[in-house]
Design a protein around this ligand. Structure first.
Ligand code: HEC
Ligand code: HEC
Ligand code: HEC
Length: 134
């Protein structure tokens, strides 16, 4: 019987290491996956409110690769140069916001819902505010 003992200790140690490394990884991913993305590279300069993109809201409905591979959004807040003409043309947000998969580009206020002065970047850490909350 006694010869099993080291194995039990080993498996407990291994379990503890695994748990510890998972706990270390968690905070690194939380921000981008659960928060909102403020998009204001151009909006306010053009007289529109900043755009709030609720990342979490979308992320629970679609796989990452839908947007970050197929639609083509780069995985960095502010990295994508998004023009309204492209959206109306069915690109980027407009791949879905086309009155078929989701409501269309005529609903300006649903996307341009940020308070004036918000800078491009992640808001909310591990919680989502959603449209009009920031
Ligand atoms: C599906 C979401 C969405 C809707 C609906 C929407 N926009 Fe936008 N719009 C965006 C995004 C995203 C940007 C890029 C924001 C940035 O980086 O500044 C943008 C940028 C803009 C810009 C600046 C860039 C450019 O192309 O001139 C204007 C002006 C604009 N939108 C006007 C409108 C108007 C007017 C409406 C309603 C008729 C509207 N938007 C509806 C998402 C949307
Ligand atoms: C509906 C589309 C969509 C889906 C689904 C989606 N994302 Fe995103 N993601 C975006 C957009 C749009 C941005 C902002 C890009 C910008 O600001 O130019 C973004 C930004 C990011 C960023 C950058 C955040 C930062 O701090 O700079 C990361 C990381 C990211 N997404 C990871 C993911 C992961 C992981 C998944 C799946 C679990 C996912 N995304 C699903 C559209 C999506
Ligand atoms: C892969 C498809 C897809 C893409 C790409 C996409 N959306 Fe959406 N979005 C949806 C769907 C589906 C809904 C839910 C529509 C409904 O409730 O009728 C939604 C809802 C929303 C909402 C409302 C959230 C709420 O709490 O009701 C906002 C705001 C929004 N999208 C903004 C954007 C912006 C800005 C972009 C581009 C940066 C974008 N979306 C790109 C599919 C997409």
């Amino acid at each position: 019987m006694t010869y099993l003992y080291p194995q039990i200790i080993f498996s407990k140690l291994f379990g503890a290491c695994l748990l510890a490394s998972l706990m270390l990884l968690a905070p690194l991913t939380a921000q981008a996956e659960y928060g909102d993305v403020v998009l204001n590279n151009r909006a306010e300069q053009s007289g529109m409110r900043p755009v709030i993109f609720p990342h979490w809201f979308h992320r629970i409905r679609f796989k990452c690769k839908v947007c970050h591979t197929e639609v083509g959004f780069e995985m960095r807040a502010g990295a994508n140069d998004i023009l309204m003409a492209d959206i109306i043309d069915g690109k980027l947000c407009g791949k879905c916001h086309n009155n078929k998969i989701a409501w269309g580009p005529q609903n300006c206020h649903l996307c341009h819902s940020g308070l004036p002065g918000l800078k491009t970047g992640i808001r909310g850490g591990d919680s989502t505010g959603g449209p009009g909350k920031w």
